[in-house]
Design a protein around this ligand. Structure first.
Ligand code: SF4
Length: 349
């Protein structure tokens, strides 16, 4: 297991950490498939290597953007951190304490501190219930309804800038726009009074014209409530605009990280460079999806060595055999990349 160079810890108390986090999903095999295999390989059950050895730190009052193509494992990390999937290996630490909460009171306690915001606000709200119902339920489950429930509901809607509250409380989700629904989903998460928000592509299903407003709202909540936010996106341009730190993921592994300015303006890893080069318009936030030529690899049989080597324009012989370790890049504190191009010891050897 390798850990990311921590040249200089950014300000902000650590809330949530992934330490060597790993998730492999076993692949179900049908009897017909088994019959085509050698009996000796029946016991070796294939698995999707969705997340391997990921180190991530969320701090109070900071946004970390997790960037990568679809299928790179970003959403799996959010679900692992939300304790919606059991992990295969590594650890999840809340304020330094190892946590494992898959149901019951322990899961509820964990959810009251770590909340998730899903990509599709329509699917995440029950269409048969009003906004009042959704928010009341969140306040009650987490013990924040208090004596003045109506006041608490209004405060939640004001926090997400849905005012006057009376206009929204008794509406159903289908009566709101996509942006308003996502604001309700955020208000529901805030009903738990969380310390960390895990926002899984929170604007990708919204109209371009309203994405910026939702990102600005999340940034405002970061500052006013001192929240630790994980912002998952495939849009590296929005990471630069919105996040304090950016980490880039490829095929289940983190490949580069650091402060957002360094990673997006002086990218070091060939994959990050290609992501930025293929972004439609880096000066406009959330304009579109960056794509890199070629196909992402199979995660059932991921490439050996550097997983990016079959697509990398700078690949060398060792790239297909040796797994790159995270290496400090230049003088920027905390900027690292897992790429053999930066292995000066290896160069000298
Ligand atoms: Fe490319 Fe090699 Fe660096 Fe991987 S380790 S990104 S294959 S140069």
């Amino acid at each position: 297991m390798t850990s990311i160079p921590d040249a200089k810890a950014p300000a902000g108390e650590v809330v949530l950490e992934a330490v060597g986090l790993t998730k492999h999903f076993p692949v179900r095999r049908r009897l017909r498939d088994l019959l085509t295999l050698e009996p000796s390989s029946w016991v070796r059950r294939p698995a999707v290597h969705a997340v391997d050895d990921v180190h991530l730190t969320l701090r109070r009052g900071r946004v970390v953007a997790l960037v990568g193509e679809s299928g790179s494992g970003k959403s799996t990390i959010a679900r692992l951190l939300a304790q919606l999937h059991p992990r295969t290996g590594g650890d999840i630490r809340l304020h330094g304490e190892s946590t494992r909460a898959h149901g019951g009171a322990a899961f509820r306690r964990y959810c009251s501190r770590v909340q998730m915001i899903f990509q599709d606000p329509f699917a995440s709200l029950n269409p048969t219930h009003t906004i009042r119902y959704h928010l009341t339920r969140s306040l009650r489950i987490h013990g924040h309804a208090g004596d003045d429930l109506d006041g608490a509901l209004r405060e939640l809607l004001e926090r997400v800038q849905l005012t006057p509250a009376d206009r929204y409380l008794d509406k159903f989700p289908h009566e709101l726009s996509g942006g308003q629904r996502q604001r309700v989903a955020i208000a529901r998460a805030l009903g738990a009074h969380p310390e960390a928000l895990l926002a899984d592509e929170p604007v990708s299903m919204l109209d371009v014209s309203i994405r910026l407003g939702v990102l600005n709202l999340l940034r405002d909540l970061r500052d006013r409530l001192d929240l630790a936010i994980l912002y998952i996106t495939h849009d590296i341009a929005s990471a630069r605009y919105f996040a304090d730190e950016t980490v880039v993921m490829y095929a289940g592994r983190l490949v580069e990280g650091g402060d957002s300015e360094s990673v997006t303006q002086r990218p070091a890893h060939p994959y990050t460079k290609l992501l930025i080069d293929s972004a439609p318009d880096p000066d406009h936030v959330a304009r579109g999806v960056a794509t890199v030529d070629g196909e992402p690899p199979s995660l059932v049989h991921p490439p050996s060595g550097c997983r990016f080597h079959p697509r990398c324009p700078a690949a060398m012989a060792r790239c297909s055999t040796d797994l790159p370790v995270p290496l400090q890049i230049g003088d920027a504190p905390g900027h690292w990349a897992a790429c053999w191009l930066y292995d000066q010891a290896g160069d000298q050897a």
